[in-house]
Design a protein around this ligand. Structure first.
Ligand SMILES: [Zn+2]
Length: 235
């Protein structure tokens, strides 16, 4: 009772605002107002083999499916949402985006439901500083539409941070990413992972080096199959 009263008072003095445009939200609206929801830049072919992420990654590493949901434009609403998610302590944005992705893929005939969802891990030091892993938050929202899938947040480990990345050239950056992730020891031992379908989830797809590296690690599991889902990519 007191909690509800407190929440109502808080909402009266500090009304929730749309993350996209800053307008005061109406009852029933969540993070975004109806206008901003209507303007989300869906790529629209995330479940087709012609989509840009699949075209990019399929020649490099064998994947069943790969796709992105939103077009990532500089200064666009998705860049803004992902920035707030990563740098402004808004973990609920990850869950929100994951739900949209889950709802869109649930009915797709091209998307095989995963046995395990694997959010791209962060270096523990970086995760501690941020307070959460944004890819795990996206995975949690996505899983609401695939409740049979388990989230395996510790299947992969991030071995080293990317602090020195900017000083490296393109080739050595790639070398760095290639060795940045490793399969945890338990995954090599546990029979429950053999022959299963793993869905790697990340926020943005640019060069694809991160998801390629993660996929290569998971494919060390006998008969494993891998799919990739990212929230956004520049089209
Ligand atoms: Zn808005």
């Amino acid at each position: 009772m007191f909690g509800t009263l407190f929440k109502s008072l808080l909402a009266f003095f500090y009304p929730a605002c749309c993350i996209g445009c800053g307008r005061e939200l109406m009852a029933g609206e969540g993070l975004l107002c109806a206008d901003c929801i209507g303007q989300l830049p869906y790529i629209g072919n995330e479940d087709s083999p012609c989509n840009p992420v699949f075209a990019n990654i399929a020649g490099r590493v064998p994947v069943l499916f790969a796709g992105a949901v939103f077009d990532f434009k500089k200064k666009g609403i998705i860049q803004h949402l992902l920035h707030e998610l990563k740098y402004n302590h808004r973990p609920e944005i990850g869950v929100f985006l994951g739900r949209i992705a889950g709802e869109r893929l649930r009915g797709s005939s091209c998307f095989l439901p995963p046995d395990y969802i694997v959010p791209v891990p962060m270096h523990p030091r970086k995760e501690k500083k941020r307070g959460y892993n944004q890819s795990l938050r996206i995975a949690e929202g996505f899983r609401e539409f695939f409740p049979e899938a388990g989230i395996e947040k510790d299947l992969l480990e991030k071995r080293h941070g990317s602090e020195s990345q900017t000083r490296k050239n393109r080739v050595s950056r790639w070398e760095n990413v290639k060795t940045a992730f490793c399969l945890c020891d338990a995954a090599r031992r546990e029979a429950r992972f053999e022959g299963k379908h793993f869905l790697i989830i990340d926020d943005v797809f640019t060069t694809g080096a991160t998801v390629e590296s993660c996929a290569r690690q998971i494919l060390q599991i006998p008969d494993a199959r891998v799919s990739v889902l990212t929230m956004a990519t520049p089209v």
